[in-house]
Design a protein around this ligand. Structure first.
Ligand SMILES: [Zn+2]
Length: 432
C-alpha cells in the first residue's frame, strides 16, 4: 500500500532492478499523500459481533452507535424524496446493484455512494460486498485522497444481505462501529526509468502501470501482474541492447488505489515542465496479463498500423485477435485517465483473467496463486513488441488531441468525466 513501509520497499525494489539492468536514468518522483494504516475494527449489530473490514481512509478514531437504515444500492434513486432516510443513522448500502433493483438502476462507485450517504446525514456506512463467498474487500472510502469524516465498513455479501432483511423487517436494529486507524501526512514515490531515443529523443512512448495495491490483499494480481511485465519489458530491452528510435519511459505509479494520485501528480508535473507535450502514446497495464488482443483508444489512432502490429504478434501467438477501439470507459479508473484527459492516446492488452478472480480483486484472496508464469511471460513478450513498434514507427501512430478534440471525444463516447483527480495538493516545490 502506498505511503507505507511496504509501499516504500516496493518502490526501492523496482528502482534497484531497473538500475541493475543498466538503465542510467532511473529516478523517484515523490508526491504527498495521506498515509493510512489499518488498526482495529469492531462492528456489532444489537451487540452481536459481525466480521467487517474498515474502508481505506476511514477516520483515526470512531466509537459510534446508531440505528441502521437500509438504502438499497445507495444511489439518489434509492433516497428518492426522503431526504431524512439516513439522517443520524448508519446507512446500509449494497456495493453493486441488487438483483431486486428497479429497472434503470444505475451503478455508482463506492465513494460516490458514500458521499451521497454523508450528504443525506448518515453518521456511518455499512457496505455489503457485491461478490458472494464470504469475502471482505476494501477500497478507498473517499475519492479525494483525504481521510473521510464518517466511518465506513465492508461486510460479506452473506452477512450483509441477512442484515438487510432484518433492517427492513424489524425496526430499530442498531449497530456499533468502533475503529482505530493511523492517519498521518505521508508521501509515495513513482519510479521512472527513461531510455532516450536515438533518432527522435523528443518524442516519448510511456509504458506504465501501478505498483501499489491495497492492504488486505497482497496485490499479486492487481497490479503485480501489470507492474511486473513493465519491469520485464525494461529487462528485455536492456538484455537485447535495444536502442529505440523514440524515447521510452517506464513508469511505476503509486497511489493508484487511492484515486490515481501518482499518475495525476506525474502528468500535472509533466504538463508544468513541458515534457508532457513530448508524450505520443501511453500504454497502461492494470491486471493486463495473458494477452488476447489490443485495445486502443483516445487520440486518433492509425488503425492500419495497429493491425499490422497485431498481425506480427499473431506470428508468435496465432490466437491473438486484432485491435479493438471500444474501451474508452476503461480510461476512467486507472492510470491512463490523467493521460487521456490531456489528449494522449492509450493502448492496453486485452487480457484473459483466470476464472473466479474477480471477487478477489482488492480482497484478501488476491494472492500469488492467481499468477501464472506463462501468462506473465506472454504479456512481457507482446508488450515488448507493442512498445518497440510504437517507438520505431516511421510516423506517429496516433494523433494527440488538443483540449477541444479531447472534449469532443469524451462527448462522442458518452463519457462524463466524473472524477478528474484530487484538487492539486502539490506545488512544483514539493514534487520531487
Ligand atoms: Zn489495479
Amino acid at each position: 500500500m502506498s505511503a507505507t513501509e511496504h509501499g516504500s520497499a516496493a518502490e526501492s525494489f523496482v528502482f534497484q532492478k531497473l538500475k541493475g539492468y543498466g538503465i542510467k536514468d532511473v529516478r523517484y518522483e515523490r508526491f504527498p499523500m495521506v498515509s493510512w494504516a489499518r488498526g482495529t475494527v469492531d462492528l456489532r449489530v444489537n451487540d452481536v459481533p459481525m466480521q467487517s473490514a474498515a474502508m481505506v481512509y476511514c477516520p483515526a478514531h470512531t466509537d459510534l452507535t446508531a440505528e441502521i437504515a437500509d438504502v438499497g444500492n445507495g444511489t439518489s434513486m434509492d433516497y428518492g424524496a426522503d431526504f431524512d432516510k439516513v439522517r443520524g443513522k448508519i446507512a446500509l448500502v449494497y456495493m453493486g446493484t441488487l438483483p431486486d433493483s428497479p429497472a434503470g438502476a444505475i451503478h455508482l462507485p463506492r465513494w460516490e455512494k458514500l458521499a451521497l450517504a454523508i450528504g443525506h446525514g448518515a453518521v456511518g456506512v455499512i457496505f455489503i460486498n457485491w461478490n458472494a463467498g464470504n469475502h471482505l474487500v476494501t477500497g478507498i472510502a473517499g475519492g479525494s485522497a483525504r481521510a473521510v469524516t464518517v466511518p465506513a465498513v465492508m461486510v460479506s455479501q452473506e452477512d450483509g444481505l441477512r442484515l438487510r432483511e432484518r433492517a427492513i423487517r424489524e425496526r430499530h436494529v442498531r449497530a456499533t462501529i468502533r475503529m482505530e486507524n493511523r492517519v498521518t501526512e505521508g508521501f509515495a514515490r513513482n519510479v521512472i526509468a527513461t531510455v532516450p531515443g536515438v533518432a527522435r529523443p523528443d518524442e516519448t512512448i510511456v509504458l506504465g502501470g501501478h505498483l501499489d495495491s491495497l492492504d488486505l490483499a497482497t496485490g499479486a494480481f492487481d497490479n503485480g501482474t501489470g507492474a511486473m511485465w513493465v519491469l520485464d519489458v525494461a529487462r528485455a530491452f536492456a538484455v537485447h541492447k535495444y536502442k529505440p528510435s523514440r524515447t521510452v519511459q517506464f513508469i511505476f505509479f503509486m497511489g493508484e488505489e487511492e484515486g490515481l494520485l501518482g499518475s495525476y501528480a506525474h502528468v500535472r508535473r509533466s504538463a508544468q515542465d513541458g515534457s508532457l507535450r513530448q508524450v505520443r502514446f501511453m500504454i497502461n497495464t492494470d491486471m493486463s496479463v495473458n494477452p488476447r488482443g489490443l485495445h486502443v483508444w483516445g487520440g486518433d489512432p492509425d488503425l492500419p498500423f495497429f493491425e499490422s502490429v497485431a498481425a506480427n504478434i499473431r506470428k508468435l501467438y496465432p490466437s491473438f485477435k486484432g485491435v479493438s477501439t471500444e474501451s474508452a470507459a476503461m480510461s476512467q479508473s486507472s492510470d491512463s485517465q490523467p493521460y487521456i484527459e490531456r489528449g494522449v492516446p492509450i493502448a492496453d492488452l486485452e487480457s484473459q483473467w483466470p476464472e473466479g478472480l474477480l471477487p478477489c480483486v482488492h480482497a484478501e484472496c488476491d494472492t500469488l496463486h492467481w499468477v501464472n508464469a506463462d501468462a506473465l511471460r506472454d504479456s512481457a513478450a507482446v508488450g515488448a513488441m507493442l512498445v518497440a513498434a510504437l517507438a520505431d514507427a516511421p510516423a506517429s501512430a496516433a494523433h494527440v488531441f488538443d483540449e477541444s478534440e479531447t472534449q469532443a471525444y469524451y462527448e462522442a463516447q458518452g463519457i462524463v468525466p466524473t472524477y478528474r483527480g484530487p484538487a492539486p495538493p502539490e506545488t512544483a516545490s514539493n514534487v520531487k
